[in-house]
Design a protein around this ligand. Structure first.
Ligand SMILES: *[C@@H]1O[C@H](CO)[C@@H](O)[C@H](O)[C@H]1NC(C)=O
Ligand SMILES: *[C@@H]1O[C@H](CO)[C@@H](O)[C@H](O)[C@H]1NC(C)=O
Ligand SMILES: *[C@@H]1O[C@H](CO)[C@@H](O)[C@H](O)[C@H]1NC(C)=O
Ligand SMILES: *[C@@H]1O[C@H](CO)[C@@H](O)[C@H](O)[C@H]1NC(C)=O
Length: 457
């Protein structure tokens, strides 16, 4: 953010001079796509290695969840390109941050949202589905994903809105009184993927429950197929914060894709996929872009105004790669989705011509010259779209019956000491007076949070 304002157009122009070094993308040549993906990953890892907290594997400066998100993109990168050079970094970080096999490590667990934790679970799930290398001395990737599921499900909150996951886990966090799309859609996706991998109906029951509950709130409208970012407990989940984010659509459509495949094409999930793919077109806008006919992906709620925060700068990585997996699970979507991903990759390549290396990526893939921004998150989004464009229809995520070797441990993560959340919840509900005070305090917090969200973070 600071950088984007600080770079004067002149300075940006000077720094862009080495752009001749940038790799030209030939979208029809897989080796060319692999080259640009490798470049994006290499520059992302350079940021990662240069971080102040580099002594702590998997911990990034100022954010914890992005570590899991980044590892997810590197697991996908390995799977779609075959380049294993970053696998050691991924294993180190993924194992170091595992907590009690639940991705709720005590250093950070006091400040985490459900969405933050679930990203690590989704990274572990991805690793399981692609047989990412495991270490014998460590829990399986599948068990780690199950550990996240097992710690999240007890937080299902029926004290308002007749269900749903809160955004934040602890009452002292802004966002505790909010239920949001990525927390609910994130657990929905994880449950759907666990269901397909293990065929254990506990997971599909939860996937159904979360989807159906979401559809009773503005978080998922089955009539208009819109996804609101947030809704408040105080309103019984009737109000809505309507900022549109690609990863919210990505997580619900992805979970629906896994359920569609798992149920052998059930109508419910087909409708969801078609509906959400329709409204996802907003992320491929036509407004004044370089003649791409509305095929280039944009994070519309922040890129146009150039006010994306770090979180928002990596959402396109998840949207891209979840859509890519969808094409293998729901073959009828492949043609349309791949056309959008491939045009977006071409746009992203034009953005990866900036910074000191002449190869750092900006955010605005719809703009033919570097937008003057750079950062680990921009690299992550570019990596996502480049590797997503390499998916082939033979590469569906594995299951325990189609070659997935990661071992199931349905009880993972339940024997941990971090489950104080559940205890705390019990105290609140039995102490009405205390709960009242907490409510007053957190309504105030919620107002702050909403103000913060409206300001665009
Ligand atoms: C927790 O914090 C301590 C102190 O900074 C550090 O040494 C340790 O590696 C951290 N653990 C994790 C899992 O990040
Ligand atoms: C993004 O950032 C906010 C504020 O720092 C945080 O509370 C939220 O849960 C983050 N995570 C995701 C996955 O959006
Ligand atoms: C589920 O995925 C497999 C693997 O890609 C695919 O062959 C199959 O057709 C999919 N099922 C449905 C109902 O589309
Ligand atoms: C299915 O998952 C549930 C919940 O984790 C677990 O209690 C049960 O043992 C699992 N069943 C099998 C057959 O793995």
């Amino acid at each position: 953010m600071i950088r984007s304002q600080w770079f004067s157009p002149l300075l940006a122009g000077l720094l862009a001079v080495p752009a001749a070094l940038a790799i030209e993308l030939n979208i029809d040549d897989p080796n060319s796509l692999k080259d640009v993906a490798k470049q994006a990953a290499t520059d992302m890892i350079a940021y990662y290695n240069g971080r102040a907290s580099s002594a702590i594997p998997g911990k990034m400066d100022g954010t914890w969840w992005e570590g899991g998100a980044m590892f997810m993109t590197l697991i996908q990168y390995w799977y779609w390109t075959g380049d294993s050079q970053f696998n050691g970094i991924v294993q180190d970080g993924m194992y170091f941050q595992k907590g009690n096999d639940d991705y709720f490590p005590s250093n950070y667990s006091q400040y985490l949202g459900n969405d933050d934790q679930v990203f690590w679970g989704l990274a572990a799930m991805t690793a399981a589905e692609v047989n990412f290398p495991e270490q014998d001395s460590e829990p399986s990737w599948l068990a780690l994903a199950q550990g996240v599921f097992n710690t999240q499900v007890p937080r299902w909150d029926s004290s308002s809105c007749r269900g749903g996951m809160r955004w934040q886990i602890w009452p002292w966090q802004d966002g505790y009184t909010t239920k949001n799309a990525i927390s609910n859609g994130g657990l929905f996706q994880l449950a759907a993927r666990l269901a397909r991998f293990t065929s254990n109906h506990t997971y599909s029951d939860w996937a159904e429950r979360i989807w159906d509950w979401s559809a009773t709130t503005p978080l998922l409208s089955e009539s208009g197929w819109t996804i609101a970012d947030t809704t408040s407990c105080a309103s019984q989940c009737t109000d809505h914060g309507d900022l549109q984010w690609s990863y919210n659509y990505g997580t619900y459509i992805s979970g629906a894709a896994y359920m569609y495949n798992h149920t052998d094409g059930a109508e419910k999930w087909k409708d969801g996929i078609n509906g959400l793919w329709g409204t996802s077109q907003q992320f491929f806008p036509t407004l004044g872009f370089d003649g791409d006919g509305g095929n280039t992906m944009a994070e519309i709620s922040c890129e146009l105004g150039e006010n994306c925060d770090r979180n928002q700068s990596c959402f396109k990585a998840f949207f891209s790669t979840w859509l890519a997996f969808m094409t293998t699970l729901v073959p009828f979507t492949a043609e349309q989705v791949m056309a959008k991903l491939r045009t977006s990759a071409q746009g992203a390549a034009k953005q990866c011509t900036g910074g000191i290396s002449g190869q750092h990526c900006g955010r605005r893939w719809y703009q033919s010259t570097w937008d003057g921004t750079q950062g680990l998150e921009q690299q992550m989004s570019a990596l996502g779209i480049f590797s997503a464009s390499l998916v082939d229809d033979q590469q569906a995520p594995l299951t325990s019956t189609t070659g997935g070797t990661s071992k199931s441990n349905p009880g993972a993560g339940t024997a941990n000491s971090d489950n104080d959340v559940v205890r705390l919840r019990a105290i609140h509900t039995s102490d009405q007076a205390g709960a009242g005070i907490v409510t007053v305090m957190f309504v105030a917090g919620w107002v702050l949070a909403v103000t913060w969200m409206i300001r665009g973070g």
